[in-house]
Design a protein around this ligand. Sequence first.
Ligand SMILES: [Mg+2]
Length: 256
Amino acid sequence: MEFDEIRTFFFDIEKTLTRWDDTVIGAEDLIMSLRESGKKVRFHTDNTLLTRKKYAEKLRGIDIEASEEEILTSGYVTAQLLAERDVNKAYVVGEEGLINELEEEDIDFSEGAENVVVGLDRQFNYNKLRRAQNIVEDGGNMYFCSTEKTFRRSSGDRPHQLPANRALEVFSEGELTGKPSDYFRRAFKDYFSYYPGNGLFIGDRLADIETGNRLGLKTAAVLTGEISEQKLKNADEIQRPDFALSSLAKLRRRVL
Ligand SMILES: [Mg+2]
């Protein structure tokens, strides 16, 4: 399949299109050009700092046209899963974006939670670890919204949630709801009507590429984030992209 046959582009947000506080060079132009040429553009992320609505606002604020319905977050995926399992109380290791997304599904955060939901929490501490420990030792489940190691600001990479996951995993293996989990992929299919024959899934992590491959989509890795040439060489078959792009600008040249 050639690039010009692709009708829908599913972009990872963090480190693919944006840094937390800035865009990757060429991102605004690429998205605008794709839309102008009649392509569909959708977005996905494991970052739980913002709700889908806030992400849409943020992207528009940096000149990337996006609506809430076009963005899938692992916070939303987790909220849907809890609702499906009739969970209505949870303890959240995470920030406002995750809490708000769970509130949309009427999850309550009062005492007596029997489940722990873990997103990126920049105030992670010993007390939170202890609270989560108590819940899982009493038989509660733990959900991890991501296994991402770092998130990127223009001033440099900061810890994402993986270091906190590692501490929490001492007490329970938990379940991953972010990329490339079954839950994320199932939600992706429900949330977007996607067409395996002519969709391209673009990301900067092997978890992105695995997600796209398992969805039956074509995949492209941008080598400006976590994936390096070396990482690709050592990657499992399911983590190998159809296309490796040294930058977003390369994608634009191939497509438009
Ligand atoms: Mg990313």
